[in-house]
Ligand binder design. Structure first.
Ligand code: C5P
Length: 480
C-alpha cells in the first residue's frame, strides 16, 4: 500500500491519534499504519475478536516494537582462534538485515581467509592500510565513517591494547582511531591474559572512553585443560548487543538518575542453605545497560547472578530482600525506578547460625515471614518517589489480569508483565514477550530479545518523561 487516506474521523479521535503519534515520535499516517498492522497481526482477519484477557481498547493500543532498522556494521576480525565464530556472526547479522563490511588484521588471516569472510558478507574484505587500490577506492577514513557501529570480534589482548593506546599502525587500529562511531568489543583471550594487570588497565581505559563490551564468557578454552573467563561471546549474544546498540536511544535519558533492581535474592536458612528462585538477571541487567547507553546515571542493585556487570553503571551487589531495600533507599532520589528483580516473597523467621543437622527424628520446621515489598514501598513514598516507578509481573497464567491487579496494588505507574511458565523459556532464556500495562491501556510487544525489550522500554520511558515534562514544570494552580 503506497499511501493511506482516512477521511471523516471525528475531532476527538483525530486528537487522540495526534497525541499518540507524538508520543511515539511518528507521523499520524505512520501511527495509523502501525495500528492497522497491529490489528492485522493480532487477529486472523480484520474484525476478528481480540485475544482473551484483552479489552477492545487493549487490542487497539497493541503494536509491535520496532526492530533494529537495516544498518551497516563494520566488523573487525582480530587474530584469535575465536575468529571462526566471526563467520557465523556475519551470517547472523545479515539474516537480520544488517549489512556487514569486514576488516581483517594480519593475524586474523592466520585463522580465516578474506575469501570466506567476503563470501559471507557479500562485500570485499579490507586487510591493508597501505593498499593503494583500497585507499583510493574506500580508504580507512571512509571505512571508519560509513558504519553505524564498529564491532571487534574477536577483540584480542593485542587489539585492545592498541585501541586503548591510540595506535594506528595497521588498518584495524587506524579505523578504530579514526572513527567517531560507537565501538563494541567481543574480547577473546586466554584467562591469564584477560586477568593480567595490563589488560585490566587497558579495559579500564576503554570503558572510560565509552567502548561497549559483550563478554567474555567463562568456560573451556581452545587450549587443552584450560578454563576460565576469556571465551568470546557467542554470535547470537554479540548480535543481541549489536541490535541493542543500533536501536540505541542516544542521550534520551541524559541527566536522569535511574535505579534498577535485578536478579533473584537469596534468603539464608542456615550458613549453607538458602531460598532462591530461577531469575538470571538478564532482563534487569539489559535494561541497566540500555539506560546507561541512553546517558542515564544508573545504579544497578543486583542479587546473586552469573551475568557480567553492565558497562557504565554503578553496581551494588546484595544477597537478601532486606539488603536490596536498604540499597534502593540509599540510592534514592531518582527520576526512574525499575524493579526487575525477582525478590523472594518470604524469608525464614530466623537464620540459623549453625548448619541445621539431620537428627533422624524428623524434618526441621521452617517458619516463613514476608519480605518487604520494595516496589510497593518505593511507589508509595511521599517524598523521594521517582517520577516513574516501573514493576515487573512474572506470571504463569492470566497474565494481563494479574498484572492489572498488581499495578493497582503496588501503586506503580507501569507493569511489564511476562509469561514465565516453564514452556515460555523466559526464566534464564534470551527472549521475552512482555505486555506494558499502565493506566492508559495495554501494549503487547512481540517476542524480542531481552536487549530489544530493554531498548524499547528505555525509548518509552524517555517519551513518557518528555510528555510529562510540561505538566510537571508548569506552576501549580494554588501556588502564589
Ligand atoms: O508481587 P510480585 O513478586 O509478583 O511483584 C513483582 C514486582 O514487584 C517486581 O517488579 C518485583 O521486582 C517487585 N517486588 C519487590 N519486592 C518484593 C516482591 C516483589 O520489589 N518483595
Amino acid at each position: 500500500m503506497a499511501s493511506l487516506t482516512v477521511r471523516q474521523l471525528d475531532e476527538a479521535l483525530k486528537k487522540r491519534l495526534r497525541l499518540r503519534a507524538a508520543k511515539h515520535g511518528r507521523s499520524v499516517e505512520d501511527e495509523v499504519r502501525n495500528i492497522l498492522r497491529s490489528a492485522a497481526a493480532s487477529a486472523d482477519e480484520f474484525g476478528a475478536p481480540a485475544a482473551p484477557n484483552e479489552t477492545t481498547r487493549d487490542a487497539a493500543t497493541r503494536e509491535p516494537a520496532p526492530r533494529a532498522a537495516a544498518r551497516r556494521v563494520l566488523l573487525i576480525i582480530g587474530g584469535g582462534i575465536a575468529a571462526y565464530k566471526s563467520l557465523d556472526l556475519i551470517r547472523r547479522l545479515r539474516e537480520r538485515g544488517i549489512a556487514v563490511r569486514v576488516v581483517m588484521t594480519q593475524a586474523a588471516q592466520q585463522f580465516l581467509t578474506p575469501l570466506s569472510a567476503g563470501a559471507l558478507s557479500g562485500e570485499r574484505v579490507f586487510t591493508d592500510l597501505f593498499d593503494p587500490a583500497s585507499e583510493f577506492d574506500v580508504g580507512h577514513i571512509r571505512l571508519a565513517r560509513e558504519a553505524d557501529l564498529i564491532v571487534v570480534a574477536p577483540a584480542t589482548a593485542n587489539l585492545m591494547a592498541k585501541i586503548a593506546g591510540g595506535h594506528a599502525g595497521d588498518l584495524a587500529s587506524a579505523v578504530l582511531l579514526a572513527t567517531g562511531k560507537k565501538i563494541l568489543l567481543a574480547p577473546a583471550m586466554n584467562p591469564q591474559m584477560w586477568s593480567s594487570k595490563a589488560t585490566r588497565r587497558n579495559l579500564a581505559q576503554l570503558i572510560a572512553d565509552g567502548v561497549a563490551l559483550v563478554g567474555p564468557n567463562a568456560g573451556e578454552m581452545a587450549e587443552r585443560n584450560e578454563a576460565g573467563i576469556g571465551r568470546m561471546a557467542e554470535p547470537l549474544e554479540i548480535v543481541a548487543a549489536v541490535e541493542g546498540l543500533l536501536t540505541n536511544t542516544g542521550g534520551a535519558l541524559a541527566g536522569l538518575r535511574v535505579i534498577i533492581t535485578s536478579g533473584p535474592t537469596h534468603e539464608p536458612i542456615d550458613p549453607v542453605r538458602y531460598i532462591a528462585n530461577r531469575s538470571s538477571g538478564k532482563q534487569g541487567h539489559a535494561i541497566a545497560a540500555a539506560a546507561a547507553s541512553a546517558g542515564a546515571e544508573v545504579t544497578l542493585i543486583a542479587g546473586p547472578v552469573n551475568v557480567p556487570d553492565p558497562v557504565g553503571v554503578k553496581m551494588v551487589k546484595v544477597e537478601t530482600a532486606r539488603d536490596m531495600l536498604a540499597a534502593v533507599e540509599q540510592a534514592l532520589p531518582a527520576d526512574v525506578g525499575i524493579f526487575a528483580a525477582a525478590v523472594a516473597d518470604w524469608r525464614t523467621d530466623h537464620n540459623s547460625k549453625e548448619k541445621i543437622k539431620k537428627t533422624g527424628t524428623g524434618t526441621p520446621e521452617l517458619t516463613l515471614v514476608e519480605n518487604p515489598d520494595i516496589l510497593s514501598i518505593v511507589a508509595h513514598l511521599k517524598t523521594k518517589r521517582p517520577r516513574l516507578v516501573i514493576g515487573f509481573a512474572a506470571e504463569t497464567e492470566k497474565i494481563i489480569e494479574h498484572a492489572k491487579a498488581k499495578l493497582a496494588r503496588k501503586g506503580c505507574d507501569w507493569i511489564l508483565a511476562n509469561d514465565v511458565s516453564a514452556e515460555s523459556g523466559v526464566m534464564g532464556g534470551d527472549r521475552n514477550t512482555v505486555h506494558l500495562v499502565s493506566a492508559s491501556g495495554i501494549e503487547s510487544w512481540p517476542q524480542q530479545t531481552k536487549d530489544e525489550v530493554a531498548g524499547e522500554l528505555i525509548k518509552r520511558i524517555a517519551a513518557e518523561l518528555k510528555e510529562r515534562a510540561p505538566k510537571e514544570n508548569s506552576p501549580k494552580e494554588n501556588s502564589p
